[in-house]
Design a protein around this ligand. Structure first.
Ligand SMILES: [Zn+2]
Ligand SMILES: [Zn+2]
Length: 249
């Protein structure tokens, strides 16, 4: 992805509610799913990836299926993709059942398991193990990593306009803060420091708002009006610890 594009996308995401990296990852995944449904359902490379990963992960399976139904009004793409996958999974499961029947194997084969007992203990269905991870997750991961690196580099830069934009945003969720700090190098130390310090400030306000929210729910103080920050403290806590919810992007 081009650097200028990364920068523009990040600046836009910083103006939106919630964690900017969660948002950019969700955007990248949604773009992939839309293009899949628009024109790549019958594309050989897309299909081979879909089969290699035995479909998408559970979250993206539902996202693809529901998005098609909602946007296209039919589920033709879903029908095409899953007819193919169903054939493949059925074939794999048949292979698995052919491997069964351990107890009926000749005595000398069973005797071998005395030396390799772990190989006989579990009936692992290796046929049903995907060869590759979910393609939508892969696309999201790539976007997430690129934007995180660019964010830290931008925060480490001597011009402070990017820092100001970050400080004015809702900031990173805990998951992306951890990933961002883990990927920072010594050259990015200033960026990592901005991330850590602005999160500390945000957490101090959050802690206070959560405490006040509880206090004003008690009988003795129920007449005290809540500030806007206190009213939405629960949402800020969920966003920080749980990232952006599905409904937020
Ligand atoms: Zn996040
Ligand atoms: Zn996925």
């Amino acid at each position: 992805m081009k650097r200028s594009l990364l920068s523009v996308d990040l600046r836009l995401a910083l103006k939106e509610p919630g964690c900017p990296i969660c948002r950019l990852r969700a955007d990248a995944e949604l773009r992939y799913i839309r293009s899949l449904l628009w024109e790549f359902v019958n594309d050989p490379l897309t299909r081979s990836r879909f089969i290699a990963s035995l479909g998408y992960c559970r979250e993206h399976t539902w996202q693809v299926g529901l998005l098609e139904k909602e946007k296209f009004g039919s589920s033709l793409g879903t029908a095409i993709l899953y007819e193919h996958l169903t054939l493949v999974v059925s074939g794999r499961l048949k292979d698995y059942t052919r491997r069964m029947g351990w107890a009926r194997r000749p005595w000398w084969k069973r005797w071998l398991y005395v030396f390799w007992p772990w190989s006989a203990r579990r009936l692992a269905a290796r046929e049903l193990t995907p060869e590759t991870p979910c393609r939508v997750c892969q696309i999201g991961e790539r976007a997430e990593q690129a934007h995180l690196e660019w964010l830290i580099r931008g925060l480490a830069a001597p011009e402070h306009d990017f820092r100001d934009a970050y400080r004015a945003s809702d900031g990173l969720c805990l998951y992306h803060l951890r990933r961002g700090l883990a990927s920072a190098t010594r050259e990015d130390e200033d960026g990592a420091r901005v991330l850590a310090e602005s999160t500390l400030q945000r957490l101090a306000t959050l802690e206070q708002d959560l405490r006040e929210y509880q206090r004003k729910h008690s009988w003795d103080y129920r007449h005290e009006a809540q500030t806007p920050g206190e009213q939405l403290a629960w949402l800020r806590a969920l966003r920080f610890y749980g990232g952006n919810g599905q409904t937020e992007t």
